[in-house]
Design a protein. Structure first.
Length: 84
């Protein structure tokens, strides 16, 4: 009944598959719905700097993750390097 709408929704996934087929190594493709577990995982991997420990709220969705931000990692690395 809504074939045109279905093809409109499936077109971006087909385009992404075509692009991934031409790349090596093949990128990881994650299909997710907003606010579901896959979406939280994806946001945590893309931007681990916005978490419940962030100061001032920051920009973007708050993601609960065990990963640390690059800033926290670099601060820890700098502290370890000056201790030796």
């Amino acid at each position: 009944e809504h074939a045109a709408f279905r093809s409109l929704l499936e077109a971006p996934q087909a385009d992404a598959q075509m692009i991934m087929d031409s790349r090596f190594p093949v990128p990881r493709y994650i299909v997710c719905d907003q606010h579901k577990s896959e979406a939280r995982f994806l946001m945590a991997k893309l931007n681990p700097s916005v978490t419940h420990n962030s100061e001032g709220g920051g920009v973007g969705a708050q993601v609960f993750t065990d990963d640390v931000s690059l800033r926290v990692f670099m601060e820890h690395l700098m502290n370890l390097s000056v201790q030796s």
